[in-house]
Design a protein around this ligand. Structure first.
Ligand code: FES
Length: 103
């Protein structure tokens, strides 16, 4: 439908404040709904590779479950924590109730 975008989920599966991982070309991507807007970032923390989808989502912050690094879901930038690398983010589009992520 959109160049390079793949359908990953229905928007109705995510209430505001919820997140879970989805597969995009074999990679784990965490998809989060913040106040009705969707954000996607790599589901791998750059510190010790913990799955961010097992952590907490509070506002625009996603917190790693292992050592509690916090990243901004909008940019992947580190806000707090024992890691110096940001997390990769992916472009997201929603069309007719389907969420697409750019691979
Ligand atoms: S594995 Fe994420 S902060 Fe250590």
């Amino acid at each position: 439908m959109f160049d390079g975008f793949v359908p990953v989920a229905s928007a109705t599966e995510f209430a505001p404040g919820q997140m879970r991982w989805v597969a995009v070309d074999g990679a784990r991507v965490v998809l989060a709904n913040v106040d009705g807007a969707f954000y996607a970032l790599s589901d791998v923390c750059g510190h010790r590779n913990a799955p961010l989808s097992r952590g907490k989502l509070e506002g625009y912050l996603i917190e790693c479950p292992l050592h509690f690094a916090q990243f901004d879901v909008r940019t992947g930038e580190l806000v707090n924590g024992p890691v110096s690398t940001p997390v990769a983010v992916y472009e997201v589009r929603v069309e007719a109730g389907t969420i697409y992520i750019k691979r």
